[in-house]
Design a protein around this ligand. Structure first.
Ligand code: AHR
Length: 528
């Protein structure tokens, strides 16, 4: 949460009303509103792990087949079968971690279907996403290769819903055992003598829903059983991620940990607890009403609250399980799937595949607000993955046949990239309502990064940002903005929404810039 601004932060600043609504200024059609922000340069929250900028690719619609993977014989320019343009852009974005193969798909996926000679792999029906058949030409080796090409850490989601503990255990051995076992030799024979060293392993996905419609107690039993057989097969200690709640479902979390604690205790606690939080929208992406946009963007306050509440719950279980004098077990919180989920356009789904969704200026601001939340809660989070990477839902790239475009949300991630590995700082704003200015700040040495999002469609924000405990020497900024919040980048017009240099001024401990309606900006400030 943005903290409400204290008077002290602005001592010496205008002590006048926090809001001063000013009528139209030259060059802007929207009225301007003064926004006071304070960044506490020495109030450190924690390191912003790059993993908070992760991504998720499911066998769904054209995310993998036709999107990331076009096949080696395709007329689409490709590297070893991967769409070259997507590889280049994902590399530029530097996605730190990529989750695969689902989603709902994960609990109906059997990894052995996706290894060995491609022409011998079975054809399977994707029951969750339209009953289409896939030839399994994209399997474990292809996924790992894609991760290596784009520089992402692989995260494999195991099958609990329709799989067995042995299947998951064997997948881990196949990926991670160096050599000499039948499974590791099979991996070598399939072209990868070196172990994949996969660290992140999901134990099912949404097992309260598409992953088996389980009760938390039943899932806890299964989690404990699957977990028992997954081992460190040679140097890479698996980081086990259990299926967490839908949004802030405290009932799922409590009942899972109550059941798990009743038998097995902290030794079997998961390393990660994966919450899913979508920001649903009532309109199709390019036809949002103001009211529905406001409702969707307001959900980021709920996301932030969910993070705080779920982290608190995890802490209470961990505390209760810590024996005197023993180290505390750690259960990290993940937001495993997040992003906007708008209404689909049936014709677009027919042409481009299930859950194909455009990304507009509104979606970019949503991405910016989500990342601001994660930065402000950097001490409570381990990993967050946007859903999804290409074509599906809140994607950063759209691709179809020979066309490929970076969405507005791609640029929102790019603008947030400078925060990675810096230390998040406490921020305060004068307006802490869900649609008030959204801010995150981070620092490393004398570089300060500030990201501001204006979620309001009808107000230009004049930002006066006080640096408490630091003073600025210089600053440069970039802006992502468009007068029409329903505007988007298309295959025909790919550069409708792209970052542009933006004026920012510094004066002692003050940084000032303007934010047009529905926009986001990142300023890099050099400190004295
Ligand atoms: O991202 C699309 C779907 O949303 C995933 O398959 C599932 O986990 C979630 O419900």
């Amino acid at each position: 949460m943005n903290k409400t601004l204290s008077r002290r932060a602005f001592a010496g600043g205008a002590g006048a009303a926090l809001f001063s609504v000013i009528t139209s200024r030259k060059g802007f059609s929207a009225p301007a509103q003064d926004q006071r922000v304070a960044v506490h340069a020495t109030a450190e929250i924690g390191t912003i792990s790059p993993l908070l900028h992760g991504s998720f690719a499911e066998h769904l619609g054209s995310c993998v087949y036709g999107g990331l993977w076009v096949g080696k014989d395709s007329s689409v320019p490709n590297v070893e079968g991967f769409r070259k343009q997507a590889v280049d852009w994902l590399k530029e974005l530097g996605i730190p971690v990529l989750r695969w193969p689902g989603g709902c798909f994960a609990d109906d996926y059997h990894w052995r279907d996706g290894i060995g000679p491609a022409d011998k792999r079975p054809k399977t029906v994707n029951i969750h996403w339209g009953n289409y058949t896939e030839d399994n030409s994209f399997g474990t080796h292809e996924f790992i290769r894609l991760c290596r090409l784009i520089g992402a850490e692989p995260y494999l989601a195991g099958n609990v819903g329709s799989g067995t503990p042995q299947e998951l255990r064997d997948w881990v051995e196949y990926c991670n055992y160096p050599s000499g076992s039948t499974l590791s030799d099979e991996r070598a024979a399939n072209g990868s003598p070196e172990p994949f060293n996969v660290r992140y392993w999901g134990v099912g996905n949404e097992n309260w829903g598409c992953g088996g419609n389980m009760t938390p107690e039943y899932y806890a039993d299964l989690y404990r059983r699957f977990r028992t057989y997954v081992r460190d097969f040679g140097g890479t200690r698996p980081f086990m991620i259990a299926c967490g709640p839908n949004r802030n479902d405290v009932n799922w979390t409590r009942r899972f940990f109550d059941a798990l604690s009743a038998r097995g205790g902290p030794g079997l606690y998961p390393h990660g607890w994966a919450m899913h939080f979508y920001s649903n929208g009532r309109d199709v992406p390019t036809k949002f009403t103001v009211e529905n946009m406001r409702e969707q963007l307001s959900s980021f306050a709920e996301l932030e609250n969910a993070i705080v509440v779920q982290r608190g719950l995890l802490d209470s279980y961990v505390r209760a399980q810590t024996a005197p004098g023993r180290p505390r077990p750690q259960v990290h919180l993940l937001v495993d799937e997040w992003g906007v989920w708008d209404r689909m356009v049936p014709e677009e789904e027919k042409t481009y595949g299930r859950l194909w969704m455009q990304s507009t200026m509104r979606s970019a601001v949503a991405a910016g607000m989500g990342l601001n939340v994660f930065h402000r809660q950097a001490d409570k989070l381990y990993m967050c993955n946007i859903a999804q990477t290409v074509n599906v839902l809140h994607s950063v790239i759209l691709a179809h046949r020979n066309n490929c475009v970076r969405t507005s949300s791609y640029y929102a991630f790019l603008l947030q990239k400078p925060h990675r590995s810096k230390t998040a700082l406490r921020v305060e704003t004068n307006d802490t309502s869900p649609l008030g200015i959204s801010v995150s700040a981070s620092r490393k040495d004398n570089e300060l990064v500030l990201t501001f999002c204006n979620p309001k469609h009808d107000v230009e924000m004049r930002v006066d940002c006080a640096l408490v405990g630091a003073s600025a020497v210089s600053a440069k900024a970039q802006l992502l903005s468009h007068p029409d919040y329903n505007a988007c980048n298309t295959f025909e017009n790919p550069n409708v929404i792209v970052p542009k240099d933006h004026p920012v001024s510094v004066e002692g401990s003050r940084v000032r810039l303007n934010l047009p309606p529905i926009s986001m900006s990142t300023a890099i400030v050099r400190l004295a």
